[in-house]
Design a protein around this ligand. Structure first.
Ligand code: ATP
Length: 609
């Protein structure tokens, strides 16, 4: 399949080789070289098509996710919508989507078991004595919704993480409403985390243009301090006790990316080991450039009000700390939604850590969990109010039917564009694979023909041809054939003349260029790498044990997935508006980024507060 022509290859192809040069040793290969160049050209064209398709797919996916997460409001929203549709594909405005999942009613003899909520696809109504409230959410999952239903909506955002965006999936809600069930699931009903890992590995294995490596970190925010759940345990003085204390610093980079210095980061070497792993993944994509992105999978602490729990002492402090984090998170999301110039990231550790994964270019998904039972009605209303605030649109400003239809049509169009592009990409990838095999075979054939002819003849001239091809690679090597010629048992008349040597050099140089050209066709093996690895069942167990050891009395604030990596550091404050709009190609922003070396000038974010 010829798609376009690479100029330099075309020019090289025009080189003609005489058929009887140097006893025909070299020249019988000209056809081979020509064929090799054809194949190289084809691969080059296919790669260019592959890049174009990948760019189109990414753009359509960005647009799809952003459009799904866009809330249209007020009477003039049609204009805004049309403007949005007309905007450039791939502009990466970032998106925040809010889902609600209703836990099935758990019937017990003590509780009133009547469900108080009625749901539609994007609307949820809570009705109780003296209360009737409606909330508009991006997507509502009813009590019978399965783990598959939820994951289907999560899938596109994972693809974004592979494309280099920072992604944040947060599980929010009152204790016992199913946050962990949604994130982790049970043995037979896997949740988002194990499915996400499966999905990442599956995509990574299909993408022949890049190699990927994944790593994991586990973090807990407890009473405002950070705990590394994968750090080696430090024995304490008292028998059978271990310390989980760790020294994690939050560092801000010039591009407002966040690094958690000192946090353990463990490679995920393969799906088998990763299948049981809990959370938070760092994705490194090694292609034409290197991109690093973070996928945060966060199971937040229970959101219940302290008055209701009647907590006191340490439990009270823990509850307060959780509420502070959650309210800071709500403020940040609301500010981002309203496109405020100031985003209050610095109000909690949680929002500081997530500052490069919540703003522009990032994809955020919050799943708010509620209970349908009468007993929990006030908590349910609180959680839904939080969800609505994150969406920043009030329920009574409903979107017109026309607009809904238009949005659905556009989403369907983008979906189709992604599917079609992916199909073509598959085809192109397959063609590249075949062409590379063919090129490899031709190269092998060509070099064995050289070798055969060279051995057959045993002629110093044929040796010279091969020798001089090598000689173009390094200056020292040029000495060898010369000395062999001058010292060897070859009669003087058989030695090359100055003229023939000149001619030969010219040809061997061309040959060398061609060889380099074919050699330079980069192959991208579909492999997943990992330098350091741990079994993820052990990660999970270690993290759990550490979390429990750290605070056996409370399990409110859950694991906070985090990744740390080497990035550029600057003196910029994380609370700047730039944090919400990381620049493309800067290291560790939420847009696809290129990796950059560690910069020396670091500033501790914790010291800024
Ligand atoms: N959608 C659901 N379908 C079936 N069972 C569910 C669902 N949601 C929650 N459950 C069940 O409800 C119970 C409480 O769920 P879970 O532990 O996930 O809540 P949680 O919000 O994580 O609580 P906590 O804050 O205490 O960790 C579990 O037994 C879980 O299996």
């Amino acid at each position: 399949m010829k798609l376009c022509c690479n100029d330099s290859s075309a020019r090289l192809k025009q080189h003609q080789f005489p058929t009887n040069f140097y006893d025909g040793v070299c020249l019988k290969e000209s056809d081979e070289f020509s064929i090799s160049i054809d194949v190289s050209e084809e691969i080059s064209a296919l790669r260019s098509r592959q890049r174009h398709l990948d760019w189109r797919r990414r753009g359509a996916l960005d647009k799809l996710i952003d459009l799904k997460g866009t809330v249209f409001d007020l009477d003039n929203c049609m204009d805004y919508f049309l403007e949005f549709l007309g905007s450039e594909i791939g502009q990466n405005s970032g998106s925040i989507r809010v889902f609600c999942r209703v836990r099935p009613l758990i019937p017990t003899s003590n509780l009133k078991t009547k469900s108080l909520v009625t749901v539609e696809q994007e609307k949820i109504t809570v009705q109780s004595v003296g209360i009737k409230k409606e909330f508009i959410i991006d997507r509502v999952f009813h009590q019978e919704s399965t783990q598959e239903d939820v994951f289907l909506e999560v899938k596109p955002i994972l693809r974004s993480a592979l494309d280099g965006h920072n992604v944040c999936i947060l599980s929010y809600g009152q204790t016992g409403t199913g946050k962990t069930y949604t994130m982790e699931g049970t043995d037979g009903k896997l949740g988002i985390v194990p499915r996400a890992i499966q999905e990442l590995f599956s995509h990574a294995s299909e993408d022949i243009s890049s190699t990927y490596s994944f790593s994991i970190s586990m973090l807990e925010v407890y009473l405002g301090s950070l705990r590394d759940l994968l750090a080696p345990r430090q024995p304490l003085f008292r028998h059978n006790e271990c310390s989980t204390a760790s020294n994690i610093s939050i560092l801000a980079t010039k591009s407002s990316a966040v690094e958690l210095e000192g946090l353990t980061d463990v490679s995920i070497p393969d799906l088998k080991k990763a299948n049981q792993c809990l959370t938070r993944i760092t994705i490194k994509r090694h292609g034409a450039t290197e991109e690093i992105s973070k996928l945060w999978l966060i199971d937040l602490g229970g959101s219940e009000r302290l008055l209701k729990t009647g907590a006191s002492g340490l439990t009270m402090d823990e509850g307060k700390a959780i509420n502070l984090s959650l309210s800071a998170l709500g403020d940040v999301i609301a500010a981002l939604r309203r496109k405020r110039s100031h985003v209050p990231y610095r109000n909690s550790k949680l929002t500081q850590i997530l500052s490069d994964s919540l703003g522009d270019g990032s994809k955020v998904l919050m799943v708010v969990h509620i209970s349908p039972s009468q007993e929990d009605v006030s908590e349910t209303v609180c959680s839904l109010s939080f969800a609505e605030r994150a969406r920043s649109i009030k329920s009574n400003k409903d979107v017109s039917e026309d607009l809904k239809i238009l949005k659905q049509q556009r989403l369907a169009g983008l979906d189709k564009e992604i599917c079609d592009t992916e199909q073509e990409l598959k085809y192109v990838n397959e063609q590249i694979r075949k062409s590379e095999i063919s090129l490899e075979q031709k190269k092998k054939l060509s070099s064995s023909t050289y070798q055969g002819l060279s051995d057959e003849k045993g002629s110093p001239r044929s040796t010279l041809v091969v020798g001089q091809i090598d000689a173009t690679e390094s200056p020292q090597a040029t000495e060898k054939p010369k000395s062999r010629l001058s010292n060897g048992p070859v009669p003087h008349f058989m030695s090359s003349t100055a003229c023939s040597r000149h001619r030969h050099n010219a040809v061997s140089h061309s040959v060398s260029i061609k060889l380099r050209l074919t050699n330079s066709v980069t192959r991208y093996p579909t492999e997943l790498s990992g330098s350091q690895s741990l079994s993820y069942s052990s990660c999970k167990n270690a993290a759990r044990a550490r979390s429990v050891a750290f605070s056996s009395s409370v399990s409110r604030l859950k694991h906070l997935p985090v990744k740390s990596d080497q990035i550029n550091i600057s003196s910029n404050s994380i609370d700047s508006t730039a944090a919400s709009a990381p620049k493309r190609r800067e290291s560790f922003g939420s847009r696809p980024v290129q990796r950059a070396p560690l910069h020396q000038h670091r500033r501790r974010m914790s010291s800024l507060t």
